[in-house]
Design a protein around this ligand. Structure first.
Ligand code: ZN
Length: 415
């Protein structure tokens, strides 16, 4: 804190050069819905009305937000100006590779997704070929849009190291472990033509899908306001986890924290891709639910969708009920271990785990509480994820990150 900011709890930041450093925090507040009005922005930033007005005017001039000063209705008094992300403002390209294909969408501020496109995986699934397909499909979306495009990010279903962006044990695609995905993706993005409305240089980033889903839930969904948010998810294959502490992903020393899928929940259980038995991965994913029900999924339909149907059938189908209870008990053991270690204030479940929670909410809460030292006195809320296409929304967060840090890096269109 500088002398100009004062030391009192209510000191107002008014130095003229504060403007630029306030732009990022102000944009983040509008982006996450925490500052729907200029007075809310004034309070959240702890600045004067004049400063909040100047900051919002600058974000409006950058094309990032809208400031609506028209009266909000018949109320008396002077209503505060309403702030919103600009629905015609810039976008980023979000992409996700998963076991059933590629998904892509343009994402504006506020986590606002344009309708996603879903494509099959390219026939040869080596990393270069697949990343080229992602970059080219993204560029096509950017060229077809009338909105400016500022960058791209990709969600992957395997651990990604930081800061070098290497895919470790890319088990699902049989990519060589240690594939430099961030560099390879950046190279393919550079080669693809994003069109005349894109901002160059065009930044790109790559991260693990569960981490990105957790960011999306924290900023725009069921994780809002949580200080220590644990997300556990089972998508198309396996189980992922992530922890968001005070709004930031906890990534560990090399980006590999919260690989919860390999927590042992049954030492005599089903074999996991990692070579061990009874990992959370192999005990609580879609395959595990089908195995517990003694059924075989249709190979021609997406596995996750079928598993979700099976979980929902627990209300009427005894075999599905027994399978759900079996898998919920394993999931509860895993969550209890995580709660004991991490002490989260909220757990968000997504993918198949969301349906398991819906099918057996009391059973899951009880298994977790019984195994937690403080479980009976202070249960951790276990809630369902809310963000649709959270992997894409999270990839959008990653691609937006440089501009949320420094909104002035959004440059005017040339010419
Ligand atoms: Zn494992």
């Amino acid at each position: 804190m500088t002398a100009a900011e004062g030391t009192g709890a209510h000191a107002r930041r008014a130095a003229p050069d504060r403007g630029r450093t306030l732009l990022g925090p102000a944009l983040a507040l509008v982006h996450t819905g925490q500052a729907p009005t200029r007075s809310a922005l004034t309070n959240a930033l702890e600045v004067t009305r004049a400063t909040a007005g100047a900051v919002s005017a600058e974000l409006e001039a950058l094309g990032l937000i809208t400031v609506d000063s028209s009266p909000a209705g018949g109320g008396r008094g002077r209503p505060s100006h309403r702030l919103a992300v600009n629905p015609a403002g810039p976008v980023v390209i979000a992409a996700q590779i998963h076991a059933d294909g590629l998904s892509l969408a343009l994402v504006g501020l506020g986590g606002q997704l344009e309708p996603p496109v879903h494509l099959p995986l390219p026939p040869a699934t080596g990393p270069v070929r697949m990343l080229r397909a992602v970059a080219e499909a993204g560029a096509e979306l950017a060229r077809a849009s009338s909105r400016r495009c500022l960058g791209t990010a990709l969600a992957l279903p395997n651990p990604v190291t930081e800061p070098d962006g290497t895919a470790l044990v890319a088990l699902h695609f049989a990519w060589p472990s240690g594939t430099p995905v961030a560099d390879l993706f950046a190279e393919q993005v550079r080669k693809a033509d994003q069109g005349p409305r894109a901002q160059y240089p065009f930044p790109s980033a790559v991260a693990n899908d569960a981490n990105l889903a957790a960011l999306a839930e924290h900023r725009h969904g069921a994780g809002r306001g949580a200080r220590q948010l644990l997300l556990v998810t089972s998508g198309h294959r396996g189980v992922g986890g992530a922890l968001v502490i005070d709004g930031r992903l906890h990534t560990g020393s090399a980006g590999l924290a919260l690989e919860v899928g390999h927590l042992t929940v049954d030492p005599q259980g089903r074999p996991c891709l990692c070579g061990n038995l009874g990992c959370l991965n192999s005990e609580t994913d879609p395959d595990a639910l089908f195995a517990a029900a003694g059924r075989t999924p249709d190979p021609d339909r997406p596995l996750l969708a079928q598993a979700r149907e099976l979980a929902r059938a627990a209300a009427v189908d005894p075999a599905a009920r027994a399978a759900v209870d079996h898998v919920v008990d394993r999931l509860g053991l895993g969550l209890a271990g995580l709660v004991n270690i991490l002490n989260p204030d909220r757990i968000v479940l997504s993918g198949l785990h969301l349906d398991l929670l819906a099918a057996a909410p009391d059973r899951l809460a009880s298994v977790v509480a019984e195994r937690c030292l403080w479980g009976r006195s202070g249960r951790v809320p276990i809630v369902s994820a809310e963000v649709t296409h959270a992997g894409l929304v999270g990839a959008g967060e990653l691609a937006w990150a440089p501009y949320l840090n420094d909104p002035q890096s959004v440059l005017p269109l040339p010419g």
